[in-house]
Design a binder for this molecule. Structure first.
Ligand code: ZN
Length: 264
């Protein structure tokens, strides 16, 4: 199955707006705790103020949608018993659960393991691919303790609130987190998939690269010039208050800046 990664940042969420950053040291896996397979539904629900939670991605059966820059500090783990939080260290994603079940006392009720097997297998593969991609990108070893963990494991480690995800779900399909870590490590080792560069994959990598460039803080030496350009209205940012000073300008943006200068 093709790994289909899209991006829709939750720009209206207070977490996105807070814009704090982390140096990722791991990946925390969550599941939503509700029978709703469509990531878009969560994006609509969470892309607003006063939601007080936010993750870096939603993993569905057919697609993965990135909802925060990977180095933005998420609001996903709460606080552990010792007052520490994986929010400061871990990239997070929510796995969307298939339709058809409810919850009773934290346990899934009416979950049909057989009928949901194809859904689970596809979603699991997406979770593996996403985690492998993140581990590669941030130089993480998924087999090292505490690096690739689920919310429930985070609680045991003292860095997350007392939730049971994904251990209320994945073991029904015979999958442990240990298995997941092994599968992520295997996916990172190369397989055929990784060696095949497609145009789509290249565009995705280029897109990630350009986004990350835009997120870099500007250098101190350009401060007077930036202050001047902003004061003169020559550069006006992207509407979200981000000036993306380290990103490349297009010819379109260049003439726009010249034009704005000419209007002074
Ligand atoms: Zn969770």
């Amino acid at each position: 199955m093709e790994f289909n990664l899209k991006r829709h940042f939750l720009t209206e969420n207070d977490c996105y707006k807070a814009g704090r950053t982390i140096t990722p040291q791991g990946v925390m896996v969550h599941s939503t705790g509700v029978a709703q397979p469509d990531p878009e539904v969560f994006i609509r629900r969470w892309n607003k103020p006063d939601v007080d939670k936010c993750v870096h991605a939603f993993v569905g059966r057919e697609q993965v949608i990135q909802t925060l820059p990977w180095t933005t500090r998420g609001w996903h783990a709460g606080t552990g018993p010792a007052g520490r939080s994986a929010n400061n260290t871990h990239i997070s994603f929510e796995c969307c659960e298939p339709p058809g079940h409810t919850y009773q006392g934290g346990e899934m009720a009416g979950y049909n393991v057989e009928a949901n097997r194809p859904y689970f297998n596809d979603l699991y593969e997406n979770a593996v691919q996403l985690t492998a991609m993140l581990c590669r990108e941030f130089g993480l070893d998924p087999l090292e303790p505490g690096v690739v963990i689920c919310h429930a494991e985070g609680h045991s480690l003292g860095i997350a609130s007392g939730h049971s995800d994904v251990l209320q779900w994945w073991p029904k399909h015979g999958v442990t987190m240990e298995q997941f870590r092994q599968d992520v490590a295997r996916a990172m080792e190369g397989g055929d998939e990784e060696d095949t560069m497609t145009q789509e994959r290249f565009d995705q990598l280029m897109d990630n690269y350009l986004t990350r460039l835009g997120q870099l803080p500007p250098s101190g030496w350009s401060a007077p010039a930036r202050a001047w350009a902003e004061e003169q209205g020559i550069t006006t940012g992207d509407g979200d208050g981000a000036f993306r000073y380290r990103a490349f300008p297009t010819r379109e943006e260049t003439v726009q800046m010249l034009y704005q200068l000419s209007q002074k």
